[in-house]
Design a binder for this molecule. Structure first.
Ligand code: TXA
Ligand code: MG
Length: 336
């Protein structure tokens, strides 16, 4: 087991040196913490997969801190990609484009395309600028909820990576929106903090991949390999309840026990008889996204066996919350 250093945001130089030596550093971003390695060092990138226990066929995102870096990473930078970059970078949007040959196969899991993102978190930008473009998946053990604080990263990765930069709690709280421009009509593969509505206002019609809201059917291949894995799951069972507030509260009060927790709105606690983890004001999907993964981790820390949650709407950032909770629940929804 290696010793994992906990660095402050001021220790960028030390972190950059670790990256240049082929090591792994967890860095804060505005979405979730990422586990970074030099994107052009295939063996360092392979170490990311080992540290996370991530299947090798699930490709990584390359993070940049200056638009000009994209030319070493993609073969084509079409007009729609330029427009998206102009409007949403730096920020929580990942764009998939044809891959340049300099990017090792470990990053793209052998695909001919590569995912690129320009994060807005200053600590991430400083680390990239002081080292190089960084390949980074979320810094959790594969399958568990993505980390939104340095503490979450330490819990999963202590002893498995070289260092963690503590940059506080992540703002968005769920992973970036992933859109592919590599084939035909632009298609959202994973919803996130930049909404489909925002993207359409810039480049016109986009498709939303079926796997965003539906389980893959047997034998179907995923446009985004990440979609086929069970994701974002706490140890507890997540049970999604679809119905009005009154039936939500009644269902939990009838079926919950001392091993149950409810993810609820602010103020709903008074009407629920189990442990409550409020995740924001009613219908505030931005707040739900910000709090979701830490709430799931908290339920596990409290030893809960069941977590009841509202089934969110699919508009705006709600689609990102829906996509994460439906995966966490294994696509089970109880209609009330
Ligand atoms: O916000 C984020 O995106 C965070 C932070 C650290 O930047 N990163 C993140 O990475 O969530 P990861 O590896 O957990 O998720 C990347 C997703 C996966 O679902 C993967 O399958 C997909 O992007 N992906 C990456 N490259 C792809 C490609 N070339 N084609 C299709 N899907 C790709
Ligand atoms: Mg991930």
């Amino acid at each position: 087991m290696m010793k994992t250093l906990l660095l402050s945001e001021e220790q960028t130089e030390q972190a950059a040196q670790i990256i240049k030596n082929g090591g792994l550093v967890a860095m804060p971003t505005e979405t979730v913490y990422g586990l970074a390695a030099d994107a052009f060092n295939g063996s360092a990138v392979a170490d990311i997969f080992r540290a996370k226990g991530r299947p090798m066929d699930n490709p990584l995102i390359v993070h940049i801190s200056d638009i000009s870096q994209i030319y070493g990473i993609v073969r084509e930078f079409p007009e729609k990609a330029r427009l998206l970059a102009e409007n949403f970078w730096p920020g929580p949007l990942t764009i998939i484009l044809p891959k340049a040959s300099a990017v090792p196969d470990e990053v793209s899991a052998g695909l001919d395309t590569v995912a690129v993102r320009f994060p807005s978190h200053p600590a991430a930008q400083r680390l990239i600028s002081a080292s190089c473009p960084l390949a980074a998946p979320s810094a959790n053990l594969s399958g568990s909820p993505s980390p939104t604080s340095a503490e979450h990263v330490m819990k999963d990765m202590n002893g498995r990576i070289d260092a963690v930069i503590d940059g506080g709690v992540c703002d968005v709280g769920v992973e970036s929106t992933v859109i592919t421009l590599a084939a035909g009509v632009p298609r959202i593969l994973r919803p996130g903090g930049i909404t489909a509505e925002q993207i359409e206002s810039v480049i016109g019609h986009v498709e939303i991949d079926r796997a965003v809201t539906e389980p893959l059917e047997k034998g179907q291949t995923a446009a985004s390999p990440g979609m086929k894995y069970k994701h974002y799951s706490p140890k507890a069972d997540v049970i999604l309840l679809d119905g009005d507030d009154e039936s939500f509260e009644k269902y939990i009060n009838d079926n919950g026990d001392d091993k149950s927790a409810a993810l609820c709105y602010n103020g709903q606690q008074e009407r629920l008889s189990c442990v409550c983890i409020p995740i924001g004001d009613k219908g505030d999907y931005t707040a739900y996204a910000h709090n979701l993964f830490s709430a799931l981790r908290r339920a596990d820390d409290m030893g809960c066996e069941r977590v009841f949650a509202h089934c969110p709407g699919k508009d705006g950032v709600g689609l990102a919350v829906y996509n994460r909770v439906i995966r966490a629940s294994g696509f089970k929804i109880i209609s009330l």
